[in-house]
Ligand binder design. Structure first.
Ligand code: GUN
Length: 285
């Protein structure tokens, strides 16, 4: 494939079409006298990136007609205060999805796993509750983490047939890399999960019919490593030395080799938010 804009996987446009469909579903619920779906967002501390992410999630709720119940706590609120808010939201019948923005403030004594486990698994908007993570591992239906779910939609949108493919995931986080590896495995890919101790990243990536980069290291994945025709999904959002937003993939060099590639921004980010809304709506039914 030559270097044209035609191999761009446009997450912004795909997410907008998903939001439009969700807005219609929410409007039909209202017409049928069903409750309005509601998402609770819990934001602890003052990490600027987390504030931006949560603001975008709240805006998306407004856009599709979903109620948003927002809770903000100071960085030093403490574990008990966060748990108390989660319990309150668990009991609130207007709330169908609960999201606690991660990471919780560092060096403030928070136990993220305890907070995630306190969320009612039936109201888990992120698919981070241990019961839902276990269901994903066993291939049982449950809310699926939003970023991996959005990545799978983008791959499907490219038209790539996953069965039998080599899929290479870079990054082993609980939020993206690990659940994504399970989703690709469930679609019959041969999955390689790479991370910071992988000895020959170039060789692993060179075998990938699908490559997903989710490590948070600017332009770690070199364009020259990409197998010609591969679908390349870039989950990273980093600032380079010039202050420009760049992904985990060296985009300019990768685009001419890739069959399909996501831009940063405008690739995975908007899909994560669309999947959050979808998960919340699915908890209602
Ligand atoms: N931090 C980074 N990504 C996510 C996400 O998808 N959900 C939550 N709750 N926190 C995050």
């Amino acid at each position: 494939m030559t270097s044209t804009a035609s191999n761009l996987l446009d997450g912004k446009a795909l997410a907008a079409s998903i939001r439009a469909e969700l807005a219609q579903r929410i409007a039909s619920l209202a017409a049928a006298g069903r409750p309005q779906p509601g998402l609770a967002t819990v934001l602890v501390g003052d990490d600027p990136a987390s504030h931006v992410y949560v603001r975008n999630k709240r805006r998306a709720c407004d856009e599709v007609g979903m109620a948003n119940f927002h809770v903000e706590l100071p960085a030093d609120a403490g574990q008990a205060a966060v748990l108390a808010e989660v319990q309150r939201l668990n009991q609130d019948p207007r709330v169908h999805g609960i999201l606690v923005q991660l990471p919780l403030p560092k060096n403030a004594g928070y136990d993220e796993n305890e907070v995630l486990a306190a969320i009612d698994p039936a109201k888990d908007a992120d698919g981070f509750h241990p019961l839902n993570q276990g269901a994903l591992m066993q291939g049982r239906p449950a809310p699926v983490p939003c970023t991996p779910k959005g990545v799978m939609r983008l791959i499907d949108h490219s038209g790539m047939k996953l069965k039998g493919c080599n899929a290479v995931v870079v990054g082993r986080s609980n939020i993206v890399g690990k659940p994504l590896a399970l989703l690709l495995l469930a679609r019959h890919c041969t999955v390689t999960l790479c991370h910071s101790r992988t000895t020959d990243l170039a060789a692993e990536i060179g075998r990938g019919d699908v490559v997903v980069a989710a490590v948070g290291v600017a332009q770690l994945v070199k364009g020259a490593w990409i197998k010609p025709g591969a679908v390349v999904i870039d989950v990273g959002i980093n600032r380079n030395q010039a202050g420009k937003l760049v992904g985990d993939v060296e985009f300019e060099a990768a685009q001419p080799r890739a069959g399909w590639i996501t831009p940063v921004p405008g690739g995975v980010g908007p899909m994560t938010i669309a999947m959050l809304l979808e998960n919340t709506l699915e908890n209602l039914s």
